[in-house]
Design a protein around this ligand. Structure first.
Ligand code: DX5
Ligand code: ZN
Length: 228
């Protein structure tokens, strides 16, 4: 066992496979492959905030009806102040918007919470975490991107590890219950460093959906994050 196995963050590792890497022609069956994950991560891209286009609210509403596990929605869109509440109304367990795109993030986070969702803020690699540390009480989830958002299958950015450590220290010091999520390039190797730096929720697209046995891949990620 490594030292990370004894940290609270490592003990409560949650795995959120991203359906960005799933077969979009068979989404219900693809949800069935990850039924023992903690949530399904749903990447919404609008071709404006990122140079890619995925799916939107009507598809999420249908996923919500058939998914065996909660929906963790990651909005890579312009103007989340306008569009994010619809995903909370659709029943998503968490709705994460980008810090760089929101005009009034505190107002938006409060609206998401009032609609029954957990409110998340995502940071692109070049976005500093420090301005958000005084706002931790207003959010439920902080997402530190470990790739530039827009595409699956990119390599994990090790240079984000110090940012994760600073975020973990601030969360622990704040007393607020904020999940610390990493997204991008998470594998059984990179998840060890991310867990050691304090992440407790791990998004994994290609490393789960690219595996022949997705359930085994999820179990492998959980085990690696816990240090065994
Ligand atoms: C990237 C998305 C990620 C993506 C991760 O912009 O936000 O959720 O699906 O894919 P992998 O795990 O393949 O890096
Ligand atoms: Zn994502």
């Amino acid at each position: 066992m490594t030292e990370s196995a004894t940290t609270p963050a490592a003990r409560h590792a949650r795995i959120h496979p991203s359906i960005l890497s799933a077969d979009f022609a068979n989404l219900e069956a693809e949800l069935g492959r990850i039924a023992d994950a903690d949530s399904v991560h749903v990447d919404i891209m609008d071709n404006h905030f990122v140079p890619n286009l995925t799916l939107g609210l009507p598809v999420v509403q249908r996923l919500q009806q058939v998914s065996p596990i909660p929906l963790d929605v990651h909005l890579m869109i312009a103007d989340p102040d306008r569009w994010a509440p619809g995903y909370a109304e659709a029943g998503a367990a968490s709705v994460t918007f980008h810090a760089e795109a929101a005009t009034a993030p505190v107002r938006l986070a409060r609206e998401l919470r009032s609609l029954g969702a957990r409110a998340g803020v995502a940071l692109r690699p070049a976005t500093p975490v420090e301005p958000w540390l005084d706002l931790l009480a207003e959010i439920d989830l902080l997402l530190v991107m470990t790739v530039e958002p827009g595409f699956g299958g990119q390599a994990f950015l090790d240079v984000m590890l110090p940012k994760l450590r600073r975020a973990r220290a601030a969360i622990d010091g704040s007393g607020a219950e904020v999940a610390l999520q990493v997204d991008g390039g998470v594998t059984t190797e990179t998840i060890v460093a991310a867990a050691d730096a304090g992440a407790d929720v791990f998004v994994a697209g290609s490393s789960v959906y690219g595996a022949a046995d997705a359930a085994a891949a999820i179990a492998g990620l959980r085990g690696a994050a816990r240090g065994r």
